[in-house]
Design a protein around this ligand. Structure first.
Ligand code: SF4
Length: 422
């Protein structure tokens, strides 16, 4: 019996996508990748032959402009274009990632239960099973090499790859900073510290342990292992997330060492993507403790740095309800420091998170508006404010109306936080 040929299938092994992340209302692919196009689907593969994206081509697909994307942690997200009036207004993005796991209750329920998405996964599995038995005669060298790489990373191997990544950094990334949306969540995670300072009662992403800075040796070991893990696909990454929940508290020496070593060993300067970024979380304490040495260091790095600080509320009653052990005074001071840093350092942008939900005191929202509206004499384009929905958001429409009213009065850009893990 002769092996089946690659009939009705187009194989494009090396496509150069966009080299700069953009906010556009049409589907766009980034970096270097390969594709197999069948009648029903376009399957995108990274430089290691791992599936990266799936997009339906026929009317049976939910929306032809939407797509599924797999992360290095082996999660899938469905990037949805329609269905949410004003997605850009709410999230700052034209495409909203809908996730198959529990996150906030606003966007993207049920996408993974839809017959179209189930069929897309079935088609991918079917293709993965078929490829090893197919006759590669007649393919170009590059096409055959791509098929070989794809065969080497079947779906069951990808599951292991996700675990491998988590093993390197010491566990899954339970939450990415909101600004990683600017690079479509394509970041290399590197853990320079574990835990956080407060272990707040309301928080669903905390590790629960105390705060601990990783040693230089540990960080170096992670970076070398990450270099091997991302392999040939490293060329598509130009952004690093310094974890875990309060990397700023690790101090300037450890931050500078980690960022520079990552830059050198991961060859970030050789990435095909332009405008490298560094992401980290901070707390009110770490932001207030950090002096100009830290910010001058970050400002001098080859990355543009995003620091996201969790403030939650400016209202004492709400902070107490959330079991966040800091004072409203400290929240106000941290907010003022954020504004100062954003003025002083062109290559650093600090953003802040506040919570929203149905069960919060009436004094909560006015307290945030006092900081982000009344306290500022004009609109500032730098320093996003993210509203992070709690478990109980109440009626969705009411929350979105509250958000719109907040956005109107806030003198900084405001968005909803789409919590995503890696
Ligand atoms: S909100 Fe931030 S500081 Fe509080 S427990 Fe969660 S991660 Fe830690």
């Amino acid at each position: 019996m002769t092996a089946p040929r690659f009939k009705n299938m187009e194989i494009e092994p090396e496509i150069q996508g966009a080299t700069r992340y953009q906010k556009v209302s049409y589907p766009i692919r980034y970096g270097l990748y390969g594709e197999i196009r069948t009648k029903g689907y376009i399957f995108g593969y990274n430089r290691n032959g791992e599936i990266k994206t799936i997009r339906g081509r026929s009317g049976g697909w939910l929306e032809t402009a939407e797509w599924l994307k797999r992360s290095a942690g082996n999660d899938w997200a469905y990037f949805s274009a329609g269905g949410y009036n004003g997605a850009y207004n709410y999230t700052g993005e034209y495409y909203v990632p809908c996730l198959p796991y529990q996150t906030n209750a606003i966007f993207g329920h049920g996408k993974f239960d839809s017959p179209e998405v189930k069929k897309a996964f079935a088609a991918w599995h079917e293709l993965a099973e078929k490829l090893p038995g197919m006759d590669r005669n007649g393919l170009s060298e590059k096409q055959a090499a791509l098929i070989g790489r794809i065969i080497g990373t079947p779906p069951r191997r990808l599951e292991k790859r996700g675990k491998e990544l988590h093993g390197i950094i010491g566990g899954p990334v339970t939450v990415l900073p909101p600004e990683t949306r600017h690079v479509e969540y394509d970041v290399i995670p590197l853990r320079i510290a574990d835990g956080c300072l407060y272990n707040c009662g309301f928080c669903r992403v905390k590790s629960g342990g105390g705060f601990r800075v990783r040693s230089r040796e540990d960080i170096t070991g992670q970076i070398h292992a990450l270099r091997d893990f991302y392999g040939d696909d490293r060329v598509n990454y130009h952004s690093v997330f310094l974890g875990e929940h309060d990397a700023l508290f690790a101090g300037s020496e450890r931050i500078g060492f980690a960022a520079q070593t990552a830059w050198d060993v991961l060859d970030i300067g050789q990435s095909v993507m332009a405008d490298p970024r560094l992401f980290l979380f901070a707390s009110a304490n770490s932001l207030l403790r950090a002096d100009d040495t830290v910010f001058s260091l970050l400002n001098g790095l080859p990355f543009y740095t995003h620091i996201n600080v969790g403030l939650e509320s400016g209202d004492p009653e709400t902070l107490s309800l959330l079991q966040k052990p800091i004072s409203a005074q400290k929240v106000g001071d941290a907010f003022s420091r954020m504004i100062e840093i954003n003025h002083a350092y062109p290559s650093i942008e600090v953003s802040a998170n506040f919570v929203v939900g149905a069960d919060l005191p009436e004094t909560h929202l006015p307290s945030i508006l006092d900081l982000t509206g009344n306290r500022l004499e004009r609109f500032y384009p730098k320093g996003d404010i993210y509203l992070s929905p709690l478990e109980n958001i109440g009626p969705k429409e009411r929350l979105l109306n509250t958000f719109n009213e907040f956005k109107r009065l806030c003198r900084l850009p405001a968005y909803l936080y789409l919590i995503q893990r890696l």
